[in-house]
Ligand binder design. Structure first.
Ligand code: OSB
Ligand code: MG
Length: 368
């Protein structure tokens, strides 16, 4: 394929309910959506998962726009690309900025699968017909409210509940939830809110039979996580710390985690995500697909990725209606009895809803 045109749109979608983590509260989901057209007129969409502020990682939607406009788009426009795997080599001279790279890569995968008549899952080698779905629940104001929110998610059929924790909102709330939901698969995500000085908190959390504790320590650390893992029984799951296949290899070799949360944007794209998946499968490390409050485009990519065999734990891929009044794809992503059916038709399995995209767009620019 030869890329002829790229449009960047900045979208702002109101969240149905505010989402609170140890690093802050989201009221809206703001992100960049890329529309890429090749010389045959095939159109692919890609989503950047960078937020409007650098609180999850260092990227923001403005830094993404800059890197896309000044560095990545010039490398792509009018260039011949046979397969999305080639982008890694093409982008090698640009350090990191994985979310920006991933937004282009996702759109190129979209074009590639349409032109080779495959579903995304099929192109990646994913065999699962349906995937198990978990839900990530934000910090609430009181334990009673947290129990209520969990209760609704359990009744909605989600297969695993993830709770956000932070210092002062950890042991007591997890104890209350474990008492109320003794058999529910549960886990906690700290988003890097603790240090090794807090080892006692994690020893106490060990008592609640959690599936894992996600990213307890610093967002760029794999050393202290290895020290912590030796002192607690609950497996550590790394999210923020894993930016690449190489990071995953080092973390596994050091014993920094027992599980990895794979996010396509955080690792620079679908191809790198698959490489991490394959490596973890070989090493006996289970993985699951994380979420970044994506719109339907990113969500569609996550669903296809999760159809790979080593995604053995439910992901943070809740249905569209959990997040938004209206998503930007048709049909929207629907969760039934805790499962999402993996689309088998050619393409990502969902059509962009241009009317909805226009409604949510606050800025856009086309490059040719
Ligand atoms: O740490 O996984 C995280 C949302 C925003 C930033 C970081 C994280 C999350 C989530 C939500 O946990 C997952 C989702 O529902 O998309
Ligand atoms: Mg996380």
């Amino acid at each position: 394929m030869k890329i002829k045109e790229i449009t960047i749109r900045h979208l702002k979608m109101e969240l149905k309910t505010p989402f609170s983590t140890s690093f802050g509260t989201f009221l809206d989901k703001e992100f960049l959506l890329l529309e890429v057209t090749d010389e045959q007129g095939t159109i692919g969409f890609g989503e950047s998962v960078a937020f409007d502020a650098p609180w999850y990682n260092e990227e923001t939607l403005k830094t993404n726009w800059h890197i896309l406009e000044d560095f990545l788009i010039p490398l792509i426009l009018n260039n011949k690309i046979e397969h999305p795997d080639e982008l890694e080599q093409l982008f090698k001279g640009i350090r990191k900025n994985y979310m920006a790279k991933s937004a282009i890569e996702g759109a190129i995968w979209d074009i590639y699968i349409q032109q080779t008549n495959q579903s995304l899952a099929q192109a990646l080698g994913g065999k699962k017909e349906k995937i198990e779905v978990g839900i990530s629940l934000g910090i609430q104001e009181t334990i009673e409210k947290q129990i209520e929110v969990v209760d609704k998610a359990v009744k909605d059929g989600y297969k695993r509940i993830k709770l956000k924790i932070k210092p002062g909102w950890d042991i007591e709330v997890m104890r209350a939830l474990r008492e109320r939901f003794p058999d529910m698969p549960m886990m906690a995500d700290a988003n890097s809110a603790y240090t090794l000085e807090d080892v006692d908190v994690f020893k106490q959390l060990d008592e609640f039979n959690l599936m894992m504790i996600e990213q307890p320590l610093a967002s760029d650390d794999i050393i202290d996580h290895a020290v912590l893992q030796k002192q607690i029984k609950t497996p550590i799951c790394l999210d923020e710390s894993i930016h690449s296949f190489e990071d995953a290899r080092k973390a596994v070799e050091l014993g920094s985690c027992g599980v990895i949360n794979i996010k396509i944007g955080r690792v620079g794209g679908i191809s790198e995500a698959k490489k991490i998946h394959d490596y973890c499968e070989e090493k006996g490390i289970p993985v699951w697909c994380g979420g970044m409050l994506e719109s339907g485009i990113g969500r569609a990519h996550n669903i296809a990725l999760t159809s790979l065999s080593n995604f053995v734990m439910p992901g943070d891929t809740a249905g569209s209606s959990h997040y938004f009044e209206q998503d930007i794809i048709t049909p929207e992503v629907v969760v039934e009895d805790g499962y999402i059916t993996v689309p088998q038709e050619v393409g990502i399995g969902f059509k962009p809803n241009l009317e909805a995209i226009t409604k949510y767009t606050v800025a856009s620019k086309t490059y040719k």
